[in-house]
Ligand binder design. Structure first.
Ligand code: GDP
Length: 431
């Protein structure tokens, strides 16, 4: 995904800036210009990029940067917040409730992945115990009903459609009524697309929407449409009350910045992303984890940066050597957590949250044996050990498992270091 490159470029731009001896307006501007270029390259709309730059300039106080504060973190935090704001329209979308009937209508251009996404959405909920159903109100594309039928049959989801009826409104209403009677709690209506935005498509969408009165209209957008994203999303929003966005094909070479534009244009959140052609290649979209991954925060580059910041200089070579051999143990994680806590939060809510989490993890690790702490084989953590640790630390089994997941995630990043040269401060090309 090209969005990852965007993250890399932004991180490098911040790094370069914080390497400068004096941070003045000029250096900050250079950094922000570099970030703007990266965002524009990722197909984020020009106006959004300009707004972001202005906001950062308003927030970041140049005097704070000069006074020896941690410049990288201040700027990174400001960018993090801005990107989160861009992706978070400030109000959640309608959330269907299990056991209570909701009608969800899907709209989007032909080829955006709408039909595939309808099935993925149904399948995702079915696995969680819902009773979904699919209605094919796409009478425009020959073969649309067959495709939906095929997908639905594979996932064992009830479906409704017609080979002969040409009125999409009639099919949609009949389908919704049928499944309401069957007490389905998630009735998904797939509508027609067109190759390009045109009046007939919007008129049809409006009619289906008025007749079925959906609780939520989801706009499905192909992530590879680039700079056209904003206008396209806006055109849909102007025709029907879009309440959520799903961005598809995030697994491909798409730049993905269109997702940011679609949120801005529809003032609706991205709720899922499509990451492949298969039914289960579908992920819940969460703004904060997404942006922190994008910026490499809590990720490989961020972690290295933390090591340079918090580990005493004389211990750095030893630790980095251990890392390059790939022996990442829970004890190393524990020691790094200690170092991170010593720094204290810089005040923002997100940082405080993660500090609290680190403390929780450490309490659980306090209940571990030396054997467990020094092993780099996660397989030794069997159910009885996990239960013992949970009991010993007064935590839930779920939480211990979450901590072990975090360990595995870091261990994976770590193992990538094997054979790589040990980085020095400022060397951010190792992601
Ligand atoms: P529709 O015309 O909008 O209903 O689009 P379809 O559901 O028929 O999808 C168009 C093509 O995109 C199909 O070949 C799908 O398999 C593919 N597709 C849909 N979602 C994704 C995705 O998230 N990743 C990838 N790689 N392909 C997808």
């Amino acid at each position: 995904m090209v969005l990852a490159q965007l993250g890399g470029t932004i991180t490098r731009a911040i790094q370069q800036m914080s390497n400068a001896t004096i941070i003045d307006e000029k250096v900050l501007n250079e950094c922000l210009n570099e970030i703007n270029r990266a965002l524009l390259n990722a197909d984020v709309q020009f106006q959004l990029v300009r707004n972001m730059q202005n906001n950062i300039k308003r927030i970041v106080n140049i005097d704070d940067l000069a006074a020896g504060h941690n410049k990288r973190r201040i700027i990174q935090q400001a960018i993090f917040n801005e990107l989160c704001n861009m992706l978070d329209p400030g109000k959640p979308s309608f959330t269907p409730k299990k056991g209570k009937t909701s009608v969800i209508m899907f709209v989007g251009l032909q080829g955006s992945g709408k039909t595939t996404t309808c099935t993925k959405y149904a399948y995702y909920h079915q696995k969680k115990g819902w009773k979904p159903a699919l209605v094919c109100a796409d009478t425009f594309r020959a073969g649309a009903f067959d495709q939906l039928k095929q997908n639905a049959t594979k996932a064992k989801i009830p479906f409704y459609g017609s080979y002969t009826e040409s009125d999409p409104v009639k099919i949609a209403v009949e389908g919704v009524d049928t499944f309401k009677k069957e007490n389905c709690d998630l009735i998904i209506v797939d509508t027609s697309g067109r190759h390009k935005q045109e009046a007939a498509l919007f008129e049809e969408m409006r009619q289906v929407s008025e007749a079925t009165k959906p609780d939520l209209i989801v706009f499905v957008m192909d992530s590879s449409i680039g700079q056209a994203a904003f206008d396209q999303a806006q055109a849909f929003k102007q025709s029907v009350p879009v309440g959520a966005v799903i961005v598809t094909k995030m697994d491909g070479h798409a730049k993905g910045g269109g997702a940011l534009s679609a949120v801005a244009a529809t003032k609706s959140p991205v709720i899922f992303i499509g990451t492949g052609e298969h039914m289960d290649e579908f992920e819940v979209f969460d703004v904060k984890p997404f942006v922190s991954r994008l910026l490499g925060m809590g990720d490989w580059s961020g972690f290295m940066d933390k090591i340079h910041e918090v580990v005493p200089k004389d211990q750095q070579p030893e630790l980095l050597q251990k890392l390059s051999e790939g022996n990442f143990t829970l004890r190393i994680m524990y020691e790094q957590f200690q170092n991170i806590l010593k720094m204290g939060p810089i005040g923002q809510g997100q940082e405080k949250e993660s500090q609290a989490k680190i403390k929780r993890y450490m309490t659980m690790m306090d209940s571990m044996t030396n054997e467990e702490l020094d092993s780099s084989n996660p397989k030794i953590m069997n159910d009885s050990r996990i239960m013992r640790i949970a009991r010993g630390s007064g935590r839930q089994v779920r939480e211990v498992m979450e901590m072990l997941e975090e360990y595995k995630r870091l261990a994976k990043i770590w193992s990538k270091m094997k054979g790589l040269k040990i980085p020095t401060r400022g060397d951010m090309n190792m992601r």
